[in-house]
Design a protein around this ligand. Structure first.
Ligand SMILES: Cc1cc2nc3c(=O)[nH]c(=O)nc-3n(C[C@H](O)[C@H](O)[C@H](O)COP(=O)(O)OP(=O)(O)OC[C@H]3O[C@@H](n4cnc5c(N)ncnc54)[C@H](O)[C@@H]3O)c2cc1C
Length: 398
């Protein structure tokens, strides 16, 4: 049997690598197990950019976590010398009743965040690539922008290794169990059995298989990121001029996009927010089809006339979604003394990666945290299977 550790972490993607850093920095003996290589492209944390913003239409309860996340992203850049964030500003566009515009405004007002409200003409004047309709509005947030997911994961891995963590790649955990009496865990890989006082499970899209008993029905969704070479070149999409955007149409469909951050050849990245098809990590179709590119092109043409231009590449990614689209971040409800879970990030988790690492470390050490995480309790009613059924019925009734 291998040596005993203080903590074993399953999954070293966005959340697991951040947890490894925070736990190792607090002096705990960490063993990390990852199915693939460092900062790989087969989970949920790849594709060069993720939107980061503070006026949070999903729920204002996320705002204090975002404020802490911003501080920790800055510290991560300082501690590793890596370039992670580009705060190029962000526009949240929709009509006056849309979730994206009205929800962002509500959140900004509630937390007294700096913002501007722009009408359609003002958006066109300040950001000429964007052509909203007359009845659309934008909440502009200067502190919004993007973070680089692969650089974030690599930075957390670097710091965790520097603090003495034992991180093993290409080494999937096959299964885990809690020792008799509920304290301590055993984790099996193909060749070894590891024991530890505590287990952290951050498996991204593998949550349905590794966390079946957490009591939340997860749906894994296939998502597509598109990079287009704009008509007339990437100049107008330079991050000095082009903000990130989330744009909701009158039917509630949301797209989001980025400036061209990879130079003239890189293209500008866009994607639908949600609207994915159900898959598993084993069944996901990694090929992007012509009709999918056409659907994105149709959504872009009236809104960003310099796009689509020419497709440069399209890459798939997975969301792991809970019924109410809020995270699962807590001690495991069935094994509260031995296991902490961080999963179900529902397509909007990356901007929280560093603060999730800090919260996981708090939960492992103390069983509790000073950060506000009641929204992420796996036992909340809106995350229960029954709530999922009600939701499905509502959808059918519509
Ligand atoms: C297309 C797309 C766009 C997105 N855009 C944004 C955005 O703009 N802003 C934002 O905030 N969020 C965004 N997100 C969401 C965000 O990226 C995710 O919430 C976040 O990356 C999830 O991190 P994770 O650690 O849960 O998953 P991952 O990073 O996938 O990590 C899970 C890890 O667990 C490993 N693993 C699984 N099972 C095992 C096992 N048995 N043994 C060992 N290792 C295992 C996997 O290999 C993987 O590395 C986006 C996601 C996608 C897919």
């Amino acid at each position: 049997m291998a040596a005993t550790h203080d903590v074993i972490i399953i999954g070293l993607g966005g959340m697991g690598s951040a947890a490894a850093h925070h736990l190792a920095a607090r002096g705990l003996g960490v063993l990390g197990l990852e199915r693939y290589g460092p900062a790989h492209n087969r989970g949920s944390s790849h594709g060069g950019s993720r939107i980061i913003r503070q006026a949070y239409f999903e729920d204002p309860a996320y705002v204090p976590l975002l404020l802490r996340s911003y501080e920790l992203f800055e510290k991560l850049e300082r501690d590793t010398g890596r370039r992670i964030a580009t705060l190029c500003g962000g526009t949240m566009i929709g009509n006056s009743g849309s979730r994206v515009f009205a929800g962002s405004l509500r959140s900004a007002r509630q937390w007294d965040l700096p913002y501007e409200v722009l009408d359609a003409a003002e958006v066109r004047r300040r950001f000429p690539t964007l052509t909203p309709a007359e009845d659309e509005w934008a909440l502009y947030e200067q502190r919004a922008g993007l973070v680089r997911p692969e650089a974030t994961v690599a930075a957390h891995i670097q710091l965790a290794l520097g603090a003495g963590a034992d991180l093993r790649f290409e080494e999937p955990a096959v299964r885990w169990e809690v020792l008799e009496g509920g304290r301590g865990v055993r984790v099996y890989t193909a060749d070894e059995v590891h024991t530890a006082e505590h287990l952290v499970v951050c498996p991204g899209a593998w949550a349905p298989e590794l966390l079946a008993d957490v009591g939340v029905p997860f749906t894994v969704e296939r998502q597509i990121m598109y990079w287009f070479h704009p008509h007339g070149g990437t100049g107008p999409f330079d991050p000095e001029r082009q903000p990130v955007y989330v744009w909701e149409d009158a039917e509630g469909t949301q797209i989001y996009g980025f400036p061209a951050i990879e130079g003239p050849e890189g293209g500008a990245k866009v994607a639908f927010f949600r609207k994915g098809s159900v898959c598993t990590p084993q069944t996901i179709d990694r090929t992007v089809h012509d009709e999918e590119v056409a659907a994105m092109a149709a959504q872009l043409r009236p809104r960003i006339p310099r796009l689509p231009g020419r497709l440069r590449k399209a890459v798939t990614c997975m969301y792991t979604t809970t019924p109410d689209e809020h995270f699962v971040l807590a001690r495991h409800p069935v094994h509260p003394d031995a296991v902490t879970v961080a999963c179900g990030f529902s397509g909007h988790g990356f901007k929280f990666v560093p603060v999730v690492g800090e919260i996981v470390a708090d939960l492992v050490q103390d069983g509790t945290t000073g950060h506000p995480i009641t929204l992420f309790d796996p036992r909340r009613r809106s995350a229960a299977p029954a709530a999922a059924e009600e939701h499905a019925l509502e959808e059918t009734a519509r």
